[in-house]
Design a protein around this ligand. Structure first.
Ligand code: C5P
Length: 401
């Protein structure tokens, strides 16, 4: 979605994640937004107003009592002359000030004075995030109608520390901004969906696993597209390197059995789309210890056993969703194999795609699909995975209408 014509007041507060705000400005501008930055004193310890202003190509506001900026009560004008106030990063301190209505610098004053929506991207040490004081403040801010994006789990700037507290990535923040401005109709409002995505990793021993080339791009795009149409979406994702989509609850799993448990545990649902490239087999008994190479020994034989078929299980489940859609990654006889799968798996539709290496589909950005249902076969032209996702979500909405 374009942000053209939107004016975003970007409040940058003082955390190490402020370095990501520079990229955030670029990403917002890429989408067409105008960005006016406000920096706290703390923020200026991490990035300079010069760098921020060079990227925003607008004046950077830093002072509450500025003779130049306040001649026309600038802080009130700043607070009102925008479509959204975005705080990224939002420190624990700034959140505490917002909770209590403190206004002792330009950033906190603007946040108190604004009558526009506020979206905050918290960033702090995990202990600060989980502290009871911060958790009380979050509850109050949410109750006040403040929108949140993140924080995310992962590694922190502090060496060796992990947990929840990382600021969302700039693209995730831009997505959350777009969602707030999105006034499109929501034909899937009130519907729930489960989407699987990515590969699975089936352990051989603690360091080795069996996997495939799935990137998760198609599944993640479908989850996001369903959410944009108003569905409440749970994405069950295998190990991928792409970020969690916004507006979706993402559950991370590794193995097929974990994926099955996560999916079954979330039934009932109205819609289920199985995009994950689930490994058909796993190693019957994965070793607890790393398998050692011994001089003169023959290579170890891996005894495989079949993984549960998640689509088939759900397609025949007593809590079967109204609409069950599977994918079929094939390298030959795509249509006939898709049709056979429809029957066997109890699906309403199989979306067959040719994943022969020359198509570049597996791991790539584009896809060319055939939709196989009892009504026949519909072939879509080659298009981006995002577009496949949007079209599919629209079709799902039509079917459930
Ligand atoms: O049989 P095949 O693996 O080609 O079927 C592909 C479809 O079945 C996909 O929708 C995939 O997500 C799903 N599947 C599954 N569990 C498996 C294998 C495949 O849900 N173990």
């Amino acid at each position: 979605m374009t942000l053209s014509g939107k004016h975003i007041l970007l409040v940058i507060s003082g955390g190490i994640a402020a370095y990501k705000s520079l990229d955030l400005i670029r990403r917002l501008k890429e989408r067409g937004a105008k960005v006016t930055p406000v920096m706290t004193a703390g923020a200026q310890e991490f990035v300079t107003p010069l760098a921020v202003g060079a990227l925003s190509a607008t004046h950077v506001f830093t002072e509450l009592f500025s003779r130049q900026d306040e001649q026309d009560v600038g802080h009130i004008r700043l607070a009102r002359d925008c479509d959204l106030v975005l705080v990224a990063p939002a420190t624990a301190n700034l959140m505490a000030k917002m909770t209590h209505g403190l206004a002792d610098d330009l950033a906190s004053t603007v946040l108190l004075a604004t009558d526009k929506p506020i979206l905050i991207a918290p960033a702090m040490n995990p202990k600060m995030w989980s502290a009871s004081a911060t958790q009380r403040n979050i509850a109050t801010l949410k109750n006040d109608g403040i929108h949140f994006i993140g924080p995310m789990a992962g590694e922190m700037a502090e060496k060796g520390e992990g947990g929840t507290g990382r600021m969302a990535e700039p693209l995730q923040i831009v997505e959350a901004v777009a969602v707030l401005f999105d006034t499109a109709p929501k034909p899937l409002a009130g519907k729930t969906a489960i989407v699987t995505s990515g590969p699975t990793h089936e352990p051989i021993d603690p360091v080795r696993y069996i996997a495939n080339r799935s990137s998760g791009r198609q599944g993640h795009a479908i989850a996001a597209a369903l959410a944009r149409l108003g569905a409440k979406v749970t994405l069950v994702s295998g190990p991928v390197t792409i970020p969690d989509p916004t507006g979706v609850t993402t559950v991370h799993v590794e193995r097929a059995e974990e994926m099955r448990d996560a999916v079954i545990g979330r039934l009932p649902a109205d819609i289920a789309v199985f995009v994950a490239a689930v490994a058909d087999w796993r190693v019957a008994t994965a070793s607890d210890q790393k398998i050692k190479k011994q001089p003169g020994d023959a290579p170890p034989a891996l005894k495989l056993t079949e993984n549960p078929d998640i689509l088939k299980t759900v397609g025949h489940h007593e809590k079967r969703p109204t609409l069950v859609i599977g994918f079929a990654a094939e390298t030959q006889d795509v249509e006939n194999n898709g049709r056979a799968k429809l029957e066997r798996k109890g699906a309403d539709m199989i979306i067959a795609n040719d994943v022969s290496p020359e198509t570049g589909v597996m791991g790539g950005l584009r896809n060319q699909v055939k939709l196989i249902s009892k009504d026949g076969v519909e072939a879509w032209p080659d298009m981006g995975k995002d577009e496949v996702a949007d079209r599919l979500a629209a079709m799902i909405a039509e079917k459930l209408a």
